[in-house]
Design a protein around this ligand. Structure first.
Ligand SMILES: NC(=O)c1ccc[n+]([C@@H]2O[C@H](COP(=O)([O-])OP(=O)(O)OC[C@H]3O[C@@H](n4cnc5c(N)ncnc54)[C@H](OP(=O)(O)O)[C@@H]3O)[C@@H](O)[C@H]2O)c1
Length: 292
């Protein structure tokens, strides 16, 4: 069993962004069964955001917890906010934007808690860097959310080093993680210093779209993934998780698939150790050119 050092103490987080698209999981009792099975597998962390399905993903999850209240104390919930979609308001300019103001973040967390039917988020992330952020004001807001008990831990998502450092400088509490896109098809953070900056600053990495939204098994990469997977005794999904977990700091994949076979494969793979040779062979196949 791989050791976990970060706040998110699991080899795999389950992403809830696509929950509302899953017709078979709309019934609260059916979704409660699905959650219970994940808990039995040792998967406790569920990744939400106020914008997923315009709030419907949180509402569906909350309805399942209400149908089976004994699950509530077992799940660990991640919430995210600051993205404002234009259709969220009846009037005004119809423009997407980020809003890290106290009024917006506080209302967003309250909304998520209400839809999920819980009193606290285990981890709350600022969803995207906001170029208009007032770091002092946002830091104060995050600390108030912690002191009020609505949020246990805080972090960021999609932040670059100077963006999280500016916010951290204004904070008494520690930012514990950064959630950003990382996969065989999105490996740039491993080559531009971002990965090293997170290790240096002690930020746990949560890797979103670890299956590249379903594009992982295409082309040469798909062939090699399946070839190596057959050798090591897991599937292509599991091998992609193993590739991520081999990176220093052991990024935790935030899996978007709700398919039970893919979840099981992902979990098995997240616990496998990959050789350096296989790691670079997969990178080369994904990039389509030789490592220089
Ligand atoms: N912080 C951020 O800005 C941010 C942004 C995006 C996402 N996220 C988080 O990350 C989570 C994961 O994102 P994601 O859903 O894009 O991740 P993903 O795990 O890379 O992709 C999952 C999608 O790929 C499909 N898929 C996987 N393997 C496939 C295959 N072999 N053939 C066809 N389809 C395949 C899945 O379909 P099935 O369901 O049928 O398996 C599912 O629709 C989200 O739920 C969310 O929590 C965060």
């Amino acid at each position: 069993m791989v050791q976990q050092n970060g706040v998110v103490d699991t080899p795999l987080v389950l992403g809830m962004m696509r929950l509302a698209e899953q017709k078979q999981l709309r019934e609260p009792a059916v979704l409660a069964d699905w959650i219970e099975k994940r808990l039995e597998q040792g998967l406790h962390w569920f990744d939400h955001a106020d914008i997923y399905g315009d709030g419907r993903c949180e509402s569906l999850f909350g309805a399942a917890l209400a149908a089976r209240p004994e699950l509530r104390s077992q799940v660990r919930l991640i919430g995210k906010a600051d993205i404002v979609k234009p259709q969220a308001e009846p009037a005004g300019r119809r423009v997407s934007r980020y809003d890290t103001s106290e009024a917006h973040l506080t209302a967003a967390v309250d909304g998520s808690l209400e839809r999920l039917g819980v009193e606290r988020l285990d981890l709350f992330l600022v969803h995207r860097p906001d170029p208009l952020m007032d770091p002092e004001a946002t830091a104060r807001t995050l600390e108030r959310l912690i002191h009020s008990g609505k949020v246990a831990q805080i972090g960021v998502s999609n932040f670059l080093p100077e963006q999280w450092r500016l916010l951290q400088q204004a904070l008494g509490a520690r930012l514990c993680c950064n959630q950003f896109e990382l996969s065989l098809r999105a490996s740039q953070p491993l080559f531009n210093g971002t990965s090293e900056a997170m290790q240096r600053d002690g930020l746990q990495v949560l890797a979103w779209s670890p299956l590249a939204g379903g594009r992982l098994e295409e082309e040469q990469l798909g062939i090699l993934l399946n070839e190596i997977a057959a050798d090591v005794g897991c599937g292509a999904v599991g091998l992609a998780m193993s590739w991520l977990r081999r990176i220093p700091g052991q990024p935790v994949p935030v899996l978007g698939s709700l398919n039970e076979d893919r979840v099981a494969d992902a979990l098995a793979g997240a616990r496998l150790e990959m050789s350096r040779e296989d790691w670079f062979a997969l990178l080369e196949a994904a990039r389509g050119h030789r490592v220089p």
